[in-house]
Design a protein around this ligand. Structure first.
Ligand SMILES: Cc1cc2nc3c(=O)[nH]c(=O)nc-3n(C[C@H](O)[C@H](O)[C@H](O)COP(=O)(O)OP(=O)(O)OC[C@H]3O[C@@H](n4cnc5c(N)ncnc54)[C@H](O)[C@@H]3O)c2cc1C
Length: 399
């Protein structure tokens, strides 16, 4: 089932999207919305919409491991996930609302999200505090009668521009244990007191609409207490739950990017001549990049699919070491493969004639978001060492 869906998704991208990517990437995302909507309608018509969502919500009902295979196919275009309505951060918010939303929350926010009528974002990171320590933040939500009043400062809220709502992480009980202090609350983006300060320029591009990362200020934003997602104090636990499958989604999208970069690298090496009859691919250095990339991509794919299967079988907690391993490992493979593909293209690789430079700019963050490399490496290594008898550090208790 998943390979058939992946093949149909890839065929759609090849015929309808790849030929338009260069022109699309040269324009602001907001200006593309009418054309992207037509393509989204076509995805729906072909019965490929929202492969990760249950059938009763208009999706294909693919389990995580099957969706991972489709996600890799979609990753081959910078627009793939968006066109199929399985783009981050909406996919994580859809999963959260489905699992923990009240019937009223699901009706108001999940249903239009699943239909692709609205978008959403997730506001957790704050400029003043290390995002690597997810329990350390200042944004407060104070209960006042039937409402929460939220005050705080967030940044790198991806896709906030044009979103209908954000799920904000805010401290509801500063005196609780660190992992019980914060809660997740749904805030409409047009709530009085919520300001989108700016889209933050990333590697020279501020972007717009879905393709942007915003700085947000919450100045006494008042929302009904019924907007609390899950229970008070569950914010951290919900964030962890959201990130498990989320890392599979990201990793498989990166593998899709690697596959496309690999194809471009091979095609260029086979056809670019250094002298008449002397293709670039005859150079041993280039041959090694091709072989190393092939091995790294194939190994990364198997590792991610193995972890996806373990999440399905035993849950995200049991699979947490594997989730950390794929997060830093695949982000590294992505960076190396993109770098080699650009090198093989020479000056052309630096231009926007291919999607390589776009990905190089926008996917550098892969080694930072959803936990920087170093945090994942230390977490896995610590558990391995503790299993071997190393004592737990006293400071670990607070984190
Ligand atoms: C493209 C992009 C999109 C994002 N989207 C969102 C979003 O939608 N919503 C949201 O809330 N946030 C988002 N973020 C923010 C992201 O989650 C944070 O950047 C991340 O958690 C790291 O936090 P920080 O930037 O504060 O870095 P810091 O915590 O200040 O860390 C800086 C560096 O220190 C090093 N470091 C940190 N901890 C350790 C350690 N334990 N051991 C060794 N070295 C360490 C790492 O190299 C790290 O990169 C996004 C970020 C990017 C780049």
């Amino acid at each position: 089932m998943s390979t058939e869906v992946a093949a149909r998704a890839r065929a759609f991208l090849e015929s309808e999207v790849h030929p338009r990517e260069r022109a699309f990437l040269a324009r602001p995302f907001r200006d593309l919305l009418p054309e992207l909507q037509q393509l989204r309608d076509e995805v729906k018509k072909r019965g490929l919409w929202a492969p990760h969502l249950p059938r009763e919500h208009g999706g294909l009902g693919l389990p995580l491991g099957d969706f991972a295979v489709v996600s890799a196919a979609l990753g081959e275009s910078p627009f793939g996930h968006y066109l199929f309505n399985c783009q981050a951060p909406d996919v994580g918010n859809q999963e959260l609302l489905l699992a923990h939303g009240t019937p009223a929350q699901r009706e108001r926010w999940f249903v239009p999200l699943a239909r692709g009528e609205i978008r959403s974002c997730f506001a957790m990171t704050e400029p003043e505090f290390a995002g690597s320590n997810p329990v350390w933040m200042e944004t407060r939500a104070v209960r006042d009668g039937d409402a929460y009043v939220i005050t705080g400062h967030k940044w790198f809220t991806s896709s906030a521009d044009g979103a209908a709502f954000t799920i904000v992480m805010a401290v509801t009980d500063p005196d609780a244990a660190p992992h019980r202090r914060a809660s997740q609350i749904i805030v409409p983006m047009d709530a009085p007191g919520l300001t989108l300060v700016r889209n933050i320029p990333v590697m020279g591009e501020a972007g717009s609409d879905y393709a942007s990362h915003a700085e947000l200020r919450f100045d006494g934003v008042r929302v009904p207490a019924a907007n609390l997602l899950g229970a008070e104090g569950e914010g951290f636990a919900l964030a962890q739950e959201r990130l498990g499958p989320g890392r599979i989604h990201h990793c498989m999208r990166w593998i899709g990017i690697c596959e496309r970069a690999f194809r471009l690298m091979v095609a260029r090496a086979a056809t670019r001549e250094l002298a008449p009859g002397e293709p670039l691919g005859r150079q041993q250095a280039v041959q090694h990049w091709i072989a190393e990339s092939r091995a790294e991509i194939d190994a990364a794919r198997l590792l991610v699919l193995d972890v996806a299967e373990r999440i399905e079988r035993e849950g995200a907690r049991a699979a947490r070491d594997g989730i950390s391993l794929i997060k830093f490992h695949v982000a590294g493979v992505l960076q190396r493969v993109l770098d080699r593909a650009i090198q093989v293209h020479g000056a052309l690789g630096m231009t926007d004639e291919t999607p390589l430079a776009y990905w190089y700019r926008h996917e550098r963050g892969a080694r930072i978001y959803d936990g920087p490399d170093e945090v994942h490496k230390s977490a896995v290594a610590r558990r391995i060492l503790e299993a071997a008898g190393m004592a737990r550090a006293a400071s670990e208790g607070a984190r």
